[in-house]
Design a protein around this ligand. Structure first.
Ligand code: SF4
Length: 370
């Protein structure tokens, strides 16, 4: 079996611009204190930027002393398990328990799944790419194609999906145990596969060994990026678009200062500030805008993404992030609506799923394709 090279906080990746460490953030939940410490680490040990990933995790590049980074993130409570740190890939509906579309608060399920995962020695060797998703009934994380998805339905039951395919229905009380069992079955049959979708008949093979009733269909919804959202408790949440998913340490510090207790990172590389007083909407939005962050869902940054490019990736043919930012500032004149992804080579790392306009660097310049 090939070695799993997926980076973590302890097993870092040797990138062209130095060591890269990735820290898993189950459910995207980061306390203000942990965010501040990550920002301090990025400033003092790395290149001064916190990168948000498409799994609502974070990474820091250019680390001269990865061991010091690991020690500080562990002290901040971000590395509860040295053996399982790379397998804690759990995304969740970011406004779960707060939004009116949330039929089940999945935050306790995130904690239970994380604890169950870390408590099972056999799952320490789960591939670092294996992904769990917990959908609160909104449908916003259903489009991610996670290996194991639990999707809440009105009435209290939960649909189990494997590689995006509905395969079973369980009670909310049994859901975490079934998700863990699915991961254990995958681990026992996976051979050289890294994801359920790579296994021949993967969803059916795994589902045949799990308890549960016949599946009930669930519907994916487009995630909403940017803006102010009303919470069911009368407070508001502000969803902050981070251009190209790169947070400077000053921006991270501002987010930590503005939120009452925690932020929620999203798989679409935004940061939610929850539990704000309604009257805070104006001042908070103004402060964010002043720091170069975005809350307007109509902004070009709501649909723009880019791979690492130069100088971080040795394969890159261009500094795609700088080029994409320059291009966004011109208002992205000639391309149709929808996501636009810039890449430094044909691998197109970080490309969103679905229909995307690709802007790919080639030896002869950028090639645009729809
Ligand atoms: S798409 Fe190419 S240039 Fe960009 S990060 Fe991936 S390998 Fe590197």
């Amino acid at each position: 079996m090939a070695r799993d090279a997926c980076p973590g906080a302890l097993q870092v990746h040797a990138a062209a611009d130095g060591a890269l460490a990735r820290v898993r953030v189950p459910g995207g939940a980061l306390t203000a204190g942990a965010l501040r410490e990550l920002a301090a680490c990025a400033e003092e040990l790395g290149n001064g930027v916190i990168e948000l990933t498409s799994r609502a995790n974070v990474q820091v590049r250019g680390l001269a002393d990865p061991a010091a980074f690991a020690a500080r993130t562990a002290a901040a409570g971000l590395l509860p398990s040295a053996t399982h740190e790379r397998v804690r890939n759990i995304v969740a509906s970011p406004l779960s328990g707060r939004s009116a579309t949330s039929v089940l608060d999945v935050r306790p399920l995130v904690a239970a799944l994380d604890a169950g995962l870390c408590g099972r020695p056999t799952l320490a060797d789960l591939p670092g790419r294996f992904l769990f998703a917990l959908d609160d009934g909104t449908g916003d994380v259903l489009g991610l194609g996670a290996d194991v998805t639990l999707a809440a339905r009105p009435g209290g039951d939960v649909t189990l999906l494997l590689a995006g395919e509905p395969v079973g229905s369980v009670t909310a009380g049994d859901a975490v145990a079934v998700a863990l069992a699915a991961a254990e079955v995958f681990q026992s049959v996976r051979g050289d596969a890294w994801r359920v979708a790579e296994l021949p008949d993967g969803p059916a093979t795994i589902a045949a060994r799990l308890p549960g009733r016949a599946p009930v269909a669930v519907t994916a919804a487009e995630p909403r990026k940017g803006g102010v959202f009303a919470q069911v408790d009368g407070r508001i949440a502000v969803d902050v678009i981070v251009p190209l998913g790169r947070l400077t340490t000053a921006q991270a510090g501002l987010l930590a200062d503005l939120t009452p207790a925690e932020v929620r990172l999203t798989p679409w590389r935004t940061v939610v500030l929850p539990d704000l007083a309604p009257e805070a909407a104006g001042p908070v939005t103004a402060a964010l805008t002043g720091a170069g962050l975005v809350t307007d869902p109509a902004s070009p940054y709501a649909r723009l993404s880019a791979c690492t490019g130069r100088p971080g990736c040795a394969k890159a043919l261009a500094d795609v992030q700088a080029d994409a930012l320059r291009w966004a500032e011109t208002g992205m004149p000639e391309l149709r609506a929808g996501p636009i992804h810039w890449a430094g080579c044909e691998r197109r790392c970080g490309r969103p799923r679905g229909r995307v306009t690709d802007v790919v660097a080639t030896p002869g310049g950028y090639r645009v394709s729809h």
